[in-house]
Design a protein around this ligand. Sequence first.
Ligand SMILES: Cc1cc2nc3c(=O)[nH]c(=O)nc-3n(C[C@H](O)[C@H](O)[C@H](O)COP(=O)(O)O)c2cc1C
Length: 438
Amino acid sequence: MSEHEKFNFKNAEELREKAASLDLDLPWSEELSVLAQPVRIGAKESPNRFAVQPMEGFDADSSGTPGELSFRRYRRYAEGGAGLIWCEATAILPEARSNPAQFWLHERNVDVFAKLAGDTRQAARRVCGHEVVLILQLTHSGRYSKPEGKPTPLIAHRNPLLDPRHNLPEDYPLLTDEYLDRLPEAFANSAKLAARAGFDGVDVKACHRYLLSELLASFERKGKYGGASENRTRLLRESLLRIKQEAPSVFVTTRMNVYDALPYPYGWGVDKNDGNQMDLTEPVKLAREIKKLGAPVINMSVGNPYYNPHYNRPYDTPASDAIPPGEHPLVGVARMIDAARELQRALAIPVIGSGYGWLRQFLPQVAAGVISSGGAALIGQGRGAFAYPDSPRDILEKGAMEAKKVCLACSACTRLMREGKSTGCVIRDSKLYGVKSN
Ligand SMILES: Cc1cc2nc3c(=O)[nH]c(=O)nc-3n(C[C@H](O)[C@H](O)[C@H](O)COP(=O)(O)O)c2cc1C
């Protein structure tokens, strides 16, 4: 097992030597032109290989309506040059919010979401001269619901690793089948509104152990949503199908965990004998079914940001609720690259890779290495989009990222999230998000 270490590389050689010493396959290409190539997303096209990953800003008002800071974030993403913007987790129901200031789309604020989508497209046209692909992530926060600012877990199964973190008693009630039966309609209603607001696609979020992600691992749940694969994947498949039938003008997709890094029977995408090893058999099968439902792209992630964040966002400094990583951050970066590659090789639609933030200014060479070797079709940036939203434009126009602008993987944005505050980069956007001013 490798030791955790902060980023301390002076140049690319040192980074690559470290990867080699850890026996990691870190794709690498000095030729970056592949990143400027357009890629088809069904009937749409991303003008380049950069995607902004969904990042909750928690800057909506108490009715879930995007506010001034939300408009600023999306304008900066669009001006920054990414060809695809995967908009953040947006609640389908009031109780499904993970924060009182999370986006929540409903009949009374659809016009504001329409303005957000319109302004974002306009900013991309004005500054980059291209059309962006816009996807809205629809969510039910499940275990991590916090609609009034205090945890109100809505859980699909009991979990001896996660339940103690919210002090849940052994008889804490599970969500009923009847409650879950109503959710495809709620997802479809939100998707119809997203279509009216002008988004190209909607994502039924199934990652990071929010409700649909938890269901994928509900091996021990009884009834129609637990046990067999068909049951655990039922709510995701039925929600996507319902959206397809009722909101045909938006495409369906998902951001799906392909690996939870929790032991069986509590983890999805894991080797049943060793929860630390990936086994993508079930995730790949589900992704193929989702493709058959018409998804033109799939976004992937791994792990649980509240429990083992080093799996999905390798960092220098942890957020307070993280378990110790016990591995070098490059191991986490390489694991995500391996997982995306396995999914991409199994699917004939574009896959968006994730978790490259820790690479700092060396992201472009790894990104180009991943794309040119068929390891993913797009490179997603999360924390980096907060810190350095115009990095795609710098990479495409100048061939490099500026070291002084990169994300430092310090987890300060995650810490803001845990404190229920609006999120952004505390270091690079300190006037707005610096600890003192918040
Ligand atoms: C403050 C914050 C908010 C996030 N919000 C979302 C979200 O709304 N939906 C989602 O799927 N992932 C969310 N993520 C995860 C990121 O999309 C991404 O997977 C993660 O930061 C790792 O990628 P990176 O190395 O590019 O940052 C969030 C992460 C952070 C730090």
